[in-house]
Ligand binder design. Structure first.
Ligand SMILES: O=C(O)CCC(=O)C(=O)O
Ligand SMILES: [Fe+2]
Length: 362
């Protein structure tokens, strides 16, 4: 089986419903997890009407009046939920050319006096005014409920493909469930003078990411073992699923997190939209010290594989810090202005000279 991919495998979810084809899905999944870190999922169970409704809302959100988007700016949220204008986010110290709206699956603030700061990461989302965007909140609540269910099923299938015992991942779920995160993203056509970094090379931090490409543009690229960037163009009716650093860590590097980036649309095109769903992990574990026991046969796959490209930021902190702290550091580095407002001490540690000139919302 190829260990240096030149395209992203397409897995057909409907193979799972027939016991004679199910093993084929599991074997393809094993290859995708261990050799690519990415796959397309086709014939998935999320109702197409819900997908279409989410896609239709993406441009409408960004067309809201500026004042309404400002009202729900991320800076108001210690949970890093809300609107970020163009140029407000950074990857690897470079400004990303994207505008976005972050929200989460339902969660209460469980932080109490004396708890570590990162316990404040989970909490309620900010939503646009119902009168300005009727049904937006209800549509996305329904959509993320479906995505959360699907992500849990795909995680359990990943466990099966890696020959782990059933429920192997449950120790990374907090009582009452984890809060997963979602973004609606707009990548505008760059001006002549701006860079074409839609989002710079990075790994996702959690378990699985389920990405809905919400317009027909190319732009997403995935880095293979040789360091080449492989296109992952939109395929209608699919999600792009990829592995985050947390899953890589707990599987002892057998499932690989693969670096990826987005290039802005070329001149003359329209903006690109996408809606990634990030499956998160529990906050209170040093996951590098809680890795799963992996069968020898599966570990052997890792030995055969080449070394993975390094053109990316990383999550080495998972081996020494609590998972919630790693997540908080990632958020503060990406959104320094929000970090400065809500987590001033941590902010100072990473930005001793104050807010960077670029990469701040205001
Ligand atoms: O917009 C995309 O296609 C990918 C976005 C992404 O990789 C991310 O937000 O982590
Ligand atoms: Fe990503």
């Amino acid at each position: 089986m190829a260990t240096n991919f030149s395209s992203i495998p397409i897995l057909d979810y409907s193979l799972l419903s027939d016991p004679t084809t199910r093993p084929q899905f599991i074997s393809q999944l094993q290859n995708a997890l261990t050799n690519v870190g990415f796959y397309y999922l086709t014939n998935h169970p999320v109702p197409q009407d819900d997908v279409d409704a989410a896609i239709a809302f993406a441009p409408r959100f960004f067309d809201l009046p500026v004042e309404e988007k400002e009202r729900i700016r991320m800076i108001h949220s210690p949970h890093f939920f809300g609107y970020s204008k163009l140029g407000a986010e950074m990857t690897k110290g470079q400004v990303d050319q994207r505008e976005q709206f972050d929200f989460g699956t339902s969660a209460e603030v469980r932080w109490k006096e004396g708890d570590p700061d990162f316990m404040r990461l989970w909490g309620p989302s900010q939503w646009p005014d119902e009168a300005l965007l009727p049904n937006f909140k209800a549509t996305f609540k329904r959509y993320v409920d479906s995505l959360q269910r699907l992500s849990q099923e795909l995680l359990s299938l990943a466990g099966e493909a890696l020959q782990l015992p059933q429920g192997a991942f449950s120790r990374f779920v907090e009582p009452g469930g984890n809060q997963d995160r979602v973004k609606i993203v707009k990548y505008p056509v760059p001006t002549e003078s701006s860079s074409n970094q839609g989002v710079g090379p990075h790994y996702d931090g959690g378990f699985l990411t389920l990405l809905l490409q919400a317009s027909p543009h190319k732009g997403l690229q995935v880095q293979n073992v040789s360091g080449d960037w492989v296109d992952a163009p939109p395929i209608p009716g699919t999600f792009v699923v990829n592995i985050g650093k947390a899953l890589e860590t707990v599987t002892q590097g057998v499932a690989i997190a693969t670096s990826h980036r987005v290039l802005s649309p070329n001149q003359g095109l329209t903006p690109r939209y996408s809606i990634p769903f990030f499956q998160m992990i529990s906050r209170g574990t040093i996951i590098g010290k809680e890795v799963l026991e992996i069968p020898q046969e599966i570990l052997a796959i890792k030995e055969k594989r080449g070394k993975v490209g390094t053109d990316s930021v990383n999550y080495a902190e998972y081996s020494e810090l609590l998972s919630g702290q790693v997540a908080l550091i990632g958020r503060v580095k990406s959104h320094p202005d929000v970090g400065e407002r809500h987590y001033p001490e941590l902010f100072k540690k990473f930005f001793p000279d104050g807010l960077p000139k670029h990469g701040v919302a205001y």
